[in-house]
Design a protein. Structure first.
Length: 643
């Protein structure tokens, strides 16, 4: 079979496998990238924020922007299209390396499939994030570099060097850690092709020229030549970069490579065997891949952002190591092939090895073996499989509303609705400013003119939370009425959870015949002594507080909003976990993890969730965050919606 047919077939397989592991969209950076692309379509360059480093990463959001340009793919396809395209590209590049290294298409297929299932991709294989794209662009650069070092004609060498330079420019734009591939290129050139170093300089010149063009773009946009460097300067000392023992830096990600998921130790062992095989065989490409993997790992582990105090540049987030997925996959396949040769050479196992090899012969043998391997990997991997989460229910709710429905919300929630169902979103009349959490006359009037009020809790609090982390104020400004006491004008009609977090809340304007909401203070008998006399303190000396709440029969199946007033010096000083059990005492699948945002001088927090019909008891767990010393509670109220 010609190479192009192998590549097309592998691309299809990688696409299907990518679909198997899709998850509901997140509300973190992945949504930020999609939303920025969406903003660019609506507002043009005016959407580009000077202080946002996410906006710099056009190799991520740029693909979403292209998909959003086509009406048929402007919704979820423009979100999932980013990881799926990079997953396919990574598989094809791994195929190229595996085939070149071992000399067979079967090895290429094995490397491509190994990449798709690599444990380092578990948390990014379904999200538009720079981690997966950084690994794929890095592998593409290494492939172009290899061509530039081994091409037999000057024209091909020049073309490959230019391609490598373009890749270096793109990977730096993808994320600044992408430049870690440059020391790897220099090292591999000096070790294996010192006489062709000039071609690497050509690649560097191409990257520098393109980078200068990007700097000029930022100069015109923000009057700052180095905007791509200064936009993220405020992120120094970020959470996760505290590391008191610099000598241990080379080892801090070892557990990630070994314990990432059920397949991680298998990948690690075979990759070690692959390194031994290629080094002993003195294969130049194999040694290049080994140096690539080892050098890149050490750079990600040890590169400093400051020396006093010492802080590593890359924080403790396993997803950053996605850049190693291609070289480790190729080395693991090399180790597998070395093991197969060793087994065939031993008299005790030669006959069994020959029988296994015979299964892969014939017209359909390789396909059958490949299908079996893919199915086994799909079953064995601990990567979470397809879960549409809140998407179907949210889409059904949106489609149930009439054309012209007036919706009051915030910008991030409106964008989420356009992501989930753009056709429905275009039917509504939106009022969705950036911020709606604090009371103003303008916001109150805008909300009063609408029939629906929706918010995504995490996204609603996002700007306020960032301000709290920067200590911009101590106490909470007055909340808008629709957040402070929504039951006066609104009835909660739908609540959707993302994972274990009840995040999406939908209210409809209260009418004259709407049943009243049941309001309960801290002294209500339904709590049966669960709530202490207020004010009350939770300190570190209390440890983790556990309590059981027998759920009143008339609460079951109802939507509820719980509010409390509290103060804490740490913005996320408290976590609350709520587990429901049925009449047999068995824990139900409904499990909420609530993370309040707290002001040092005090303020109100609010959560909404549905009390399950079958629930008999709610097990409550309160725990202080690691840096918090105490939380002071001063008020409590519950609003139980009618059935």
């Amino acid at each position: 079979m010609k190479t192009r047919w192998h590549l097309l077939a592998l691309a299809f397989v990688a696409f299907v496998l990518g679909l198997i592991f899709l998850r509901e969209p997140g509300f973190g950076d992945d949504l930020t990238y999609w939303s920025f692309a969406f903003d660019l379509h609506e507002r043009g360059l005016a959407a580009w924020q000077r202080a946002s480093f996410h906006n710099l990463r056009w190799p991520v959001w740029g693909i979403s922007w292209l998909f959003q340009s086509v009406p048929a793919t402007d919704g979820l396809a423009s979100y999932y299209g980013v990881p799926l395209l990079y997953l396919i590209a990574g598989a094809l590049i791994a195929f190229s390396f595996g085939r070149k290294l071992i000399g067979s298409s079967a090895a290429g297929w094995a490397a491509g499939i190994a990449f798709v299932f690599h444990p380092l991709l578990d948390s990014v294989s379904y999200r538009p994030m720079p981690d997966l794209s950084e690994g794929v662009w890095g592998a593409a650069i290494m492939l172009a570099w290899w061509w530039s070092m081994t091409a037999e004609t000057r024209a091909r060498t020049v073309l490959a060097a230019v391609a490598a330079g373009v890749g270096v420019f793109v990977i730096e734009a993808n994320r600044v850690t992408g430049v870690f591939i440059v020391p790897v290129l220099i090292l591999c050139t000096l070790l294996f092709f010192p006489r062709r170093f000039g071609w690497l300089l050509l690649a560097g010149a191409v990257a520098a020229l393109l980078y200068a063009g990007e700097c000029y773009f930022y100069k015109r946009l923000f009057n700052n030549w180095l905007h791509d460097l200064t936009a993220n300067s405020g992120n120094k000392g970020a959470k996760g970069t505290e590391f008191p023992n610099p000598w241990a830096l080379p080892f801090r990600f070892i557990d990630t490579l070994w314990k990432g998921n059920l397949l991680a130790p298998v990948y690690s062992l075979f990759a070690i065997g692959g390194v031994a095989m290629v080094w002993r065989r003195a294969d130049v490409l194999g040694r290049v891949v080994a140096v690539w993997a080892a050098a890149l790992y050490l750079i990600y582990s040890c590169a400093p952002q400051s020396l006093s105090p010492f802080r590593p540049l890359v924080r403790d987030a396993d997803r950053f190591l996605a850049a190693l997925a291609v070289p480790i996959s190729v080395l693991a396949v090399a180790g597998l092939w070395a093991l197969a040769r060793w087994l065939r050479a031993r008299p005790a196992t030669a006959r069994h090895a020959a029988r296994l090899a015979a299964l892969g012969r014939g017209k359909f043998g390789p396909v059958a073996v490949g299908i079996v391997v893919v199915v086994l990997l799909t079953v064995i991997t601990s990567r979470e499989r397809f879960d549409a989460g809140f998407l179907p229910e949210m889409r059904a709710y949106l489609r149930s509303l009439p054309d012209g429905t007036k919706v009051f919300s915030h910008k991030a929630m409106r964008e989420l609705v356009y992501l989930v169902d753009p056709a429905s979103a275009r039917r509504f009349a939106w009022t969705a400013p950036n911020e709606i959490i604090n009371r103003t006359d303008k916001l109150e009037a805008a909300a009063a003119d609408c029939t629906e009020f929706w918010y995504a809790r995490k996204l609603l609090w996002l700007t306020t939370r960032k301000g709290l982390e920067k200590r911009t104020r101590d106490d909470q400004p007055p909340l808008a009425s629709y957040l402070d006491a929504p039951e006066r004008d609104w009835v909660m009609t739908r609540l959707l959870a993302r994972g274990d977090t009840p995040d999406l809340i939908f209210y409809r304007r209260r009418t004259a015949d709407s049943p009243p909401t049941e309001l309960l203070g801290p002294e209500a008998p339904e709590w049966r002594g669960l709530i202490p006399q207020l004010p009350a303190k939770l300190t570190r000396s209390h440890g983790t507080v556990h309590a059981d709440w027998p759920i009143p029969q008339h609460f079951k199946g109802r939507l509820a909003r719980f509010e409390f007033s509290a103060a804490c010096a740490d913005v996320q000083g408290l976590t609350v976990r709520l587990r429901f059990t049925d009449q047999r005492g068995v824990k139900m699948k409904v499990d909420y993890l609530l993370k309040p945002y707290l002001y040092p001088g005090g303020g109100k927090e609010f959560f909404a969730f549905r009390i399950p019909n079958e629930a008999v008891t709610a097990q409550l767990q309160l725990k202080l965050a690691r840096h918090a010393d105490e939380v002071v509670f001063t008020g409590f109220r519950a609003a139980i919606e009618p059935r």
